[in-house]
Design a protein around this ligand. Structure first.
Ligand code: ZN
Length: 502
């Protein structure tokens, strides 16, 4: 180990431990914590966040980072950790500690305020909190831009936090292409939609049975219950401490069969990424997925490219029918495959199909652009949101809960995050196309054999953590950087084939 790097290790360890504690509070808040715990628990979270801040932002770390920038014998892992820490340092140091602390406290309270407002279907209950969060975000971006003498646009800086190099210029092009290709395809699909009966999805599926089936499903795709758990939360997510403790949540609705199935497969995809990080990197700042886009690339690959295919369900469909013999007695596999792939414009992003998903992301991306270009006020957000839904999806939210309040992201301060979902869809399609060239993918899915698939993903993507960038991973694996054409080809091919005979 490099000697200077060695001096950095105690700071890294401390920051890591504090981050674990913060993650566990977050996990607990969403899964087990009693409803009224938020206000007082947020005090503990505030103190820990402050400790975390001090473990990273201090003169010793600053000096060490400066020295390390001149060292020439760092190995790949050390380089990745230094790069990541430098990025964190640069984004946090310009922010006055008191403001950061107050912001973290606000964020700790915001999720429960958002949840209450959403339940009450009342944007005005959340608007003052959202306004404060946005004020902080704008101020923080401003501090960072000034400190780094950076000549980038505020929203570009936020986008870069989640997906390096994908700025508005690139994303505008990406979304324009998608819009051009998806909208006509959607028109064709929508015109034939009454041919697909999806009533089966809304019959009665007892939650205890769903739990059992979905746990089996997670296991089927490789989720290891000795190193992971599944709990329930309103909004499914994955929490990762290290490669021996990766936790996912799902959400059960007695009258919706698919909701839990596809969120379980989705989060299992995220989990596989984190479970397969190499032992050498785990529990260090480089020991996690390289970017949000690449992470979504894994979850979407599992959920859609694998999980909605005919081959995937061949070894599972009988088990599904046996679990719910009454509700599914008139169903056959072909009907089920059409049903789980039915595409129809809807209001809720998390329930949306593959074809319309990226249109939901476009709405959020464009609203966030307006926010950070100071072109919209807090009070105008619900209307702007609704108008864009009309424009892109042809549907209009009837209330705030299915409109501007539907996602938790803004309550957690995650601005600039949404585009990584759409990038993830495109990355998934690219990986999927590649897998088909290096292995008999359909045969493995038909056999229910995920081992060769997971091993390949581990060796070519997962194990590297942050030691390679998104584009380096893709290039080294398949000789080509990010290319959204795979996604467009995939959607065209899939929907034209599925809807051909209808
Ligand atoms: Zn996800």
């Amino acid at each position: 180990m490099n000697k200077t790097f060695e001096k950095l290790t105690p700071w890294l360890d401390k920051a890591y431990a504090l981050n674990c504690a913060l993650l566990l509070f977050e996990w607990d808040d969403a899964t087990e914590a009693p409803e009224e715990s938020g206000e007082l628990t947020s005090k503990a979270v505030e103190i820990l966040s402050n400790e975390y801040y001090e473990a990273i932002i201090n003169d010793d770390v600053k000096k060490l980072l400066k020295q390390l920038s001149k060292e020439t014998d760092l190995n790949l892992k050390e380089k990745a950790i230094v790069k990541d820490l430098q990025k964190q340092y640069d984004s946090m140091e310009p922010i006055p500690q008191k403001e950061y602390q107050a912001y973290r406290g606000l964020i700790a309270r915001a999720s429960s305020i958002w949840a209450k407002a959403k339940n009450a279907n009342d944007y005005s209950q959340f608007a003052p909190t959202l306004e404060k969060i946005i004020e902080y975000q704008k101020k923080f971006v401003d501090y960072r831009l000034k400190a780094g003498k950076l000549k980038v646009k505020p929203y570009d800086l936020l986008l870069d936090d989640f997906e390096e190099g994908f700025n508005m210029e690139k994303l505008d092009k990406f979304f324009d292409t998608l819009k051009k290709e998806i909208v006509p395809l959607l028109q064709m699909v929508t015109s034939k939609n009454d041919k697909i009966n999806k009533d089966y999805n809304y019959r009665s599926y007892p939650i205890e049975l769903q739990k059992e089936f979905n746990h089996g499903l997670a296991e089927h795709v490789g989720f290891d219950f000795k190193r992971g758990v599944i709990k329930e939360s309103a909004h499914p997510f994955t929490t990762n401490l290290h490669n021996k403790d990766v936790r996912i949540t799902t959400h059960y609705d007695e009258h919706n069969l698919e909701s839990a199935i596809f969120s379980t497969i989705h989060e299992s995809g995220h989990a596989m990424y984190e479970l397969q990080i190499s032992d050498d990197l785990t529990a260090t700042p480089a020991g996690t997925g390289v970017s949000m886009g690449m992470h979504e690339g894994q979850s979407r690959l599992f959920e859609n490219n694998f999980g909605r295919s005919h081959e995937f369900w061949m070894p599972l469909f009988q088990k599904l029918k046996d679990t719910y013999p009454d509700a599914l007695k008139d169903m056959d596999l072909d009907h089920f495959i059409l049903g789980i792939n039915k595409s129809a414009p809807s209001l809720i992003r998390t329930e949306s199909d593959e074809l319309t998903y990226s249109l939901h992301i476009m709405v959020r991306y464009e609203v966030e652009k307006l926010i950070f270009e100071n072109k919209i006020s807090i009070d105008e957000l619900p209307e702007a949101w609704n108008k864009k839904y009309e424009e892109y999806l042809g549907v209009t939210p009837e209330n705030d809960a299915e409109g501007v309040l539907q996602d938790i992201h803004w309550a957690t301060g995650s601005f600039g995050y949404f585009p990584s979902y759409a990038l993830g869809n495109a990355i998934a399609a690219q990986i999927h196309a590649h897998l088909k060239t290096v292995m008999p993918l359909d045969k493995h899915l038909k056999d229910g054999d995920f081992q060769p698939i997971n091993t390949y993903l581990k060796e070519h993507i997962h194990c590297f953590g942050k030691t390679k960038t998104t584009n380096e991973i893709l290039k080294d694996m398949m000789g080509e950087e990010f290319n959204p054409q795979y996604y467009i080809d995939y959607l065209k091919n899939k929907y034209n084939t599925l809807y051909k005979d209808l």
